[in-house]
Design a protein around this ligand. Structure first.
Ligand SMILES: C[S@@+](CC[C@H](N)C(=O)[O-])C[C@H]1O[C@@H](n2cnc3c(N)ncnc32)[C@H](O)[C@@H]1O
Length: 283
């Protein structure tokens, strides 16, 4: 862990190849510190695991600072290719022992490649909705698994982005990134306060559709086509705040049977997204 007595190691030193076997090495300690929000906030970096995912991220133009590769698996052609691509992109490549890979991933069976990337978000005003694109806005989402699942679903549905409103879970936490299954690198992400979202909403010409347990409109009866759409989803415990609910043109409900009070946020978002996309695409 970086501390006041020891300066942080240069995770971004260009193109170097290092051989690491000890978990007490300062480079390993600094990478491990990225598991905590404090470490991510201080450096603006985050960890993403998986060989294909690292290659896809490089392809999409994300900035890779350091690539850890499992030394024992370096004979694999794809891993060697990833290491070469990373070096060409100016990243520091670290050949690590399995102990180091386990310590960084905090798992028994770590992936063969772990990337340290620079975080990236988009300004809300810069989100490209297109003529009839759908964006999901999440009010104070707290669960990293829900957020990751939603980003993955947004990606799969061909939606245009995710807006995090208010005090949300960190999208760059290891758990959230894992749950995105790589979609963290494909889905534009904006972060705003509730006030900033409400200000932006005043000039937004598309449909802002909230989902609410007290919504009066069946989600299948809404008209989503012909203009951009924001699907506003509520917090896992409390649902949407009153100001956000009041800012919606429509409050939609997914009819339920049985005894469950509500659907899981990720499941509700998936249902809403595919309905909105189906109608927008007239499928
Ligand atoms: C777990 S629910 C929140 C439940 C909360 N106790 C409430 O009363 O709003 C989280 C979010 O998922 C969405 N959601 C869950 N079930 C829904 C349903 N049947 N209809 C519409 N939205 C739903 C809403 O956006 C809701 O705010």
């Amino acid at each position: 862990m970086a501390n006041e007595t020891r300066p942080r190691t240069d995770l971004a030193a260009p193109g170097r190849v290092k051989d690491l076997s000890s978990v007490s090495n300062p480079i390993v300690k600094d990478i491990r510190a990225l598991a905590a929000k404090k470490g991510r906030d201080e450096t603006g970096l985050f960890i993403a695991e998986g060989l294909k995912l690292v290659l896809d991220a490089l392809e999409a133009g994300w900035v890779l600072k350091t690539l850890l590769v499992a030394k024992a698996e370096l004979h694999g052609a794809l891993l060697a290719k990833a290491a070469a691509r990373a070096r060409a992109a100016g990243a520091d490549v670290v050949e690590a022992s399995s102990k180091v890979m386990e310590a960084v991933s905090r798992r028994d069976n770590p992936q063969s490649a772990i990337g340290v990337f620079k975080q990236k978000t988009t300004a809300l005003e810069k989100l490209a909705f297109g003529a009839d694109g759908v964006v999901v806005a999440l009010d104070r989402v707290r669960d990293p698994g829900n957020l990751g699942t939603i980003m993955r679903t947004v990606d799969a549905a061909g939606a245009k982005g995710v807006v995090l409103i208010g005090d949300c879970v960190d999208p760059f936490s290891m758990e959230a990134v894992r749950a995105t299954m790589g979609s963290i690198f494909a889905v534009p992400l904006a972060r705003v306060s509730e006030e900033a979202f409400l200000r932006w909403r005043r000039d937004f010409k598309g449909l802002v559709a909230g989902t609410h347990m007290r919504g009066e409109t069946d989600y299948r009866d809404a008209t989503y086509s012909g203009r951009p759409v924001v699907l506003l989803m509520g917090n896992e415990q409390a649902g949407l705040t009153e100001p956000l609910a009041n800012a919606c043109e429509a409050l939609l409900r997914i009819p339920q049977a049985g005894r469950a009070d509500s659907l899981n946020l990720g499941v509700a978002t998936g249902i809403m997204l595919f309905e909105a996309r189906r109608k927008a695409l007239k499928l």
